[in-house]
Write a protein that binds this ligand. Structure first.
Ligand SMILES: C[S@@+](CC[C@H](N)C(=O)[O-])C[C@H]1O[C@@H](n2cnc3c(N)ncnc32)[C@H](O)[C@@H]1O
Length: 279
């Protein structure tokens, strides 16, 4: 058997799935076994290993000084995202949330894109806020994007995307917020510096008991299409931790298939998947 076809034994699957669940919150039922096996093949190859048993030994015996754990979560996490994904959230931001937050205050707006993947979500938020505020506004804004995957955060910082990824964005928005690569063969675009400068990125694991490196006074938190991978008690714990960083009256956005039903969290629903923090 060569390394490309290594199979995950029951024991190794159980070691890996338990580790992933308890350290990253991501559920790994038996139905995900094939996916896990397929995704980890490239880590076996990168480490020149031929069995998952050796891979688990490397991972858990600490021989790689934790480096392999970082690579492992990079391949295990699902990073699917898009610019202007779930567009009604951005419509709400533009027509309701930003108006209400800036009506009686000129303090800088602070937004957290929690589970930001390769940056499409925080850059979309930045474009929407920039459009809302308009030129010469006295209100400033900043966005923090966090994710557990270091490789995906590298992509987010680079802010370089294929033209195909931005093909659905209206032309006038593209012209204003994206630069085309000088080498037209490459068909790449990059977010303009003015928007890039508003977004900072940091690695953060939602499973950490608290998030001391993250500010406590966000006006808006986006945490979309992340909690879906966690079980309900974990979702509730994470939402409560995120809410601790949101100002009373601040807005909280979940993904379209997520909800806070039956959870004890300090949020009231404004619209499906859109909430406001209660005092
Ligand atoms: C499907 S993407 C969602 C991206 C974006 N929020 C959106 O809705 O388009 C989920 C992201 O959550 C991140 N993630 C998964 N488990 C995490 C954890 N325990 N802590 C922090 N981020 C995590 C993944 O790395 C991934 O980039």
């Amino acid at each position: 058997m060569n390394s490309y076809q290594s199979k995950l034994s029951d024991t190794d699957f159980s070691r890996l799935s338990q580790y992933i669940y308890s350290n990253y919150g991501i559920k790994m039922p038996d139905s995900k076994r094939q996916m896990l096996q397929a995704r980890l093949q490239k880590r076996l190859r990168a480490n020149e290993l031929t069995s998952f048993e050796d891979y688990c030994d490397l991972l858990f015996a600490g021989e790689s000084n934790g480096q392999e754990l970082i690579h492992m979560i990079d391949v295990v996490s699902t990073n699917k995202t898009d610019f202007f994904r779930e567009p009604n959230h951005f419509e709400f931001l533009k027509t309701v949330a930003l108006g209400s937050l800036t009506r009686s205050s000129t303090s800088p707006l602070k937004v957290w894109s929690a589970g930001c993947s390769s940056g499409e979500e925080p850059y979309t938020i930045a474009m929407v806020i920039n459009e809302f505020l308009g030129a010469g506004s006295i209100v400033d804004f900043s966005i923090l994007g966090t994710d557990i995957s270091t490789s995906i955060l590298r992509k987010a910082v680079n802010a370089i995307y294929t033209e195909e990824r931005v093909s659905g964005i209206p032309l006038e928005v593209k012209k204003k917020y994206f630069l085309r690569s000088k080498d037209s063969e490459k068909q790449l675009v990059r977010i303009v510096p003015k928007v890039r400068s508003k977004v900072k990125f940091q690695r953060l694991n939602f499973m950490d008991p608290d998030y001391p490196s993250v500010p406590m006074d966000f006006d808006i938190v986006f945490c979309r299409n992340v909690l879906i991978y966690f079980d309900k008690p974990t979702q509730e714990r994470v939402i409560n931790r995120l809410c601790a960083h949101l100002k009373p009256g601040g807005y909280f956005f979940l993904g379209h298939s997520e909800s806070i039903m039956d959870m004890k969290v300090p949020l009231k629903q404004i619209k499906p998947t859109i909430y406001q923090k209660v005092n």
